[in-house]
Design a protein around this ligand. Structure first.
Ligand code: URA
Length: 465
């Protein structure tokens, strides 16, 4: 037996470094014990592994695995380290395994990661700060203290979100496992706490209301969804309920202002704000598409990209990989971009709708066009992305993207080939979606349309220099 001792229950780097070495040595999962601190955990109750076949040569770990591992490592399931190592070990011989949602191991880790993301979202939504006088600090000794009981090891992973949103406040978040403290400049960590350590109740209700107002998300106004999303333990006397109608009216404006402020707070480096947005979108339930989809597929690319491309919605492969434009349409897009001399790595690429809409036919998931309601529900995210990235030029790939960006139906044939103005004043262009090119049955027409598409890309590339 080999024992790896990780420093903390959320020690992703420690796990990754150890796993790398063990894979290089070809150590099979059933020879491993993973523990945190000094406490051995109960391992391998359900993990059965066939005899290993050594695989020579370099092993490149799929990005989808790393994304899964980063979330799953924060889970409370004591077997998570072993399960992840087992999956990594199998991936060497079965590189496509990560895409196999029917595989019990992949399914179990997906479930853990999903629960973690949900817990992260709940902490952001339901955490309540209370104001206390603690005598320290430059702002007259006011500190905001919150007590929270997460189900998973998410507190450190969530810290950047609270730093970003409450950068100018001094605050502490106390949890049973760890406490984190922000003094306006630096984040520090302390031991776990108990509920009795946190200030209680009524005199500070106004503070909580203020906090709630600042994080308000109208999605939560759907009472059915609220009850489903909010376990009873968070429902103790919620003073904010009375605030809902007024907040709903002003919510979009507030959220927009908050993102703009976050951008200022981080001095032009909007990466933290973008990460917070992406993490929040991971728990999006603004329309029913999240239910059958594997995950939210958020945009990707540099946060200061001068060029933004907006597609329709993730396809089957994007849904599994968690990344936009990686399937057939993405490959067509990459090819055309290269021919047009536009560097995709300088562009931010996203979709109007962030979840895959499909119809299940046997084993196949067939693309289904998003409706106006779904496009409108998802505009929430694209507007935040636009405000953070502030691209010089935005390109709508197809009618759904155009409908989302302009808030109304746009005719591609009429609007194509000229600079348009978005409602926020930004420059936008409309062209066809790469999937359209893939669907054209006549080779001569397909070649002609492809050449037009490349030309459109060349023109927009020229707009950013
Ligand atoms: N089609 C899209 O519109 N977006 C993707 O990410 C993939 C296919």
């Amino acid at each position: 037996m080999r024992v790896v001792t990780l420093s903390e229950p959320d020690d992703f780097d420690g796990w990754r470094d150890a796993a790398r070495g063990l894979i290089a040595e070809d150590v099979p999962p059933d020879e491993m014990v993973w523990q945190v601190g000094d406490e051995p955990v109960d391992l391998f109750a359900t993990v059965a592994e066939p005899a290993p076949v050594p695989t020579p040569g370099a092993f490149s770990v799929p990005r989808a695995f790393l994304d899964l591992a980063r979330s799953a490592i924060l889970g409370s399931d004591p077997e998570r380290f072993a399960l992840l190592y087992t999956l990594l070990f199998r991936l060497r011989r079965e590189p496509k395994l990560i895409e196999d949602r029917a595989d019990p191991l992949v399914r179990r880790l997906d479930r853990i990661a999903k629960d973690v993301r949900r817990d992260i979202h709940k902490m952001r939504a339901f955490l309540r700060f209370r104001e206390v006088e603690d005598g320290g600090g430059e702002e007259g000794g006011t500190r905001f203290v919150a007590w929270f009981e997460p189900d998973h090891h998410i507190v450190r992973a969530n810290a950047a979100f609270f730093v970003n949103r409450f950068a100018s406040m001094r605050w502490s978040i106390l949890t049973p496992e760890v406490s984190i403290h922000w003094d306006g400049k630096a984040l520090s960590e302390g031991p776990g706490a108990s509920k009795a350590d946190a200030p209680d109740g009524d005199p500070t209700e106004e503070v909580w209301k203020t906090y709630y107002a600042s994080i308000f998300n109208p999605a939560r106004v759907k009472i059915g969804a609220m009850l489903k999303e909010m376990p009873k333990k968070y429902w103790k006397n919620m003073p904010e309920t009375a605030l809902v109608p007024g907040l709903l009216a002003a919510a979009q404006a507030r959220e927009s202002g908050m993102i703009a402020k976050a951008r200022d707070t981080v001095g032009g480096n909007s990466l933290i704000a973008w990460e917070a947005l992406r993490d929040e979108a991971a728990g999006c339930t603004r329309c029913p598409l999240y239910k059958p989809a594997t995950q939210t597929v958020f945009g990707e690319g540099p946060v200061d990209a001068p060029l933004m491309f907006v597609g329709e919605q993730p396809g089957d492969q994007e849904d599994l990989a968690g990344r936009p434009f990686v399937g057939p349409a993405g490959q067509m897009f990459d090819k055309a971009m290269a021919e047009a001399g536009v560097d995709r790595s300088r562009a931010y690429v996203t979709n109007a709708v962030k979840h895959f809409k499909f119809e299940q036919r046997g084993k196949r998931r067939i693309h289904a066009k998003p409706g106006a309601g779904e496009i409108d529900a998802c505009r929430w995210w694209i507007e935040q992305e636009q405000m953070l990235i502030k691209p010089k030029v935005t390109v709508a790939l197809g009618a759904t993207a155009a409908r989302s960006l302009f808030g109304k139906v746009m005719t591609i044939g009429r609007e194509r080939g000229r600079a348009l103005q978005l409602p926020d004043g930004g420059e936008a262009w409309i062209t066809v979606h790469p999937s359209y090119l893939l669907r054209l049955p006549d080779p001569a027409q397909a070649a002609e349309e492809y050449a037009r598409f490349v030309e459109d890309l060349r023109v927009v590339g020229g707009r950013i220099g």
